[in-house]
Design a protein around this ligand. Structure first.
Ligand code: DAT
Length: 178
């Protein structure tokens, strides 16, 4: 089984995915790393200051890998494009734009890149994309939760990652309007 850990850059995906993999012995892969290994970083978007990944071809590669996979095996796929890949479950992690802003600035992102990511977060962009896919989607607001708290809210005590069937609502329209 494959779990996508997705969300706007800076929301805490890698931190959560690493903790989940450690705690439950799941394999961990990140989308960018997989794209590099398979030669699917196809361009550089200078406006976005980001690598462009061919997600269709990466999906095909992962589809083929999944066929050889032991069904009992769990893999966590970390990345803001992971929900576009063949996965069995999507965890969407959210963060209040007011908190996210500091994290993105700390990364040295350009003004434009910070702004675009904050708007995407406030507009639920990744959630909407994830809901357009086939896999079940879970969502939690990580703004005031530690990585530990998030993990135990996504996974039940038996290690079932399908816990918490609801999408936790978030509403940052006031930030968008302000
Ligand atoms: P992402 O992988 O979504 O880009 P990250 O895991 O690298 O995000 O985390 C971005 C920053 O936020 C990093 O400095 C660690 C911090 N962080 C991660 N999870 C957090 C949490 N639940 N609460 C507070 N800070 C967190």
């Amino acid at each position: 089984m494959r779990i996508a850990v997705t969300g706007t850059p800076g929301v805490g995906k890698s931190t959560l995915a690493r903790l989940a993999a450690q705690r439950y012995g799941w394999d961990l892969a990140d989308v960018h790393g997989l794209a590099e290994v398979h030669g699917l970083v196809v361009a550089r978007d200078e406006d976005d200051d980001a690598d462009v990944i061919d997600t269709d071809r990466l999906a095909a590669v992962l589809e083929a890998l999944a066929r050889d996979h032991d069904p009992a095996h769990t893999e966590v796929l970390d990345g803001h494009l992971s929900h576009l890949l063949p996965v069995d479950l999507v965890w969407v992690l959210r963060c209040d734009p007011r908190e996210l802003e500091g994290r993105l600035r700390a990364r040295g992102y350009s003004e434009q890149k910070v702004r675009e990511n904050l708007e995407a977060e406030a507009m639920d962009l990744i959630l909407q994309e994830a809901l357009g896919g086939d896999a079940p989607v879970r969502q939690l607001d990580g703004t005031r939760r530690s990585p530990e708290e998030l993990l135990s809210a996504f996974v039940d005590p038996q290690g079932n990652p399908f816990k918490n069937t609801e999408l936790e609502p978030v509403d940052w329209s006031d930030w968008l309007l302000g």
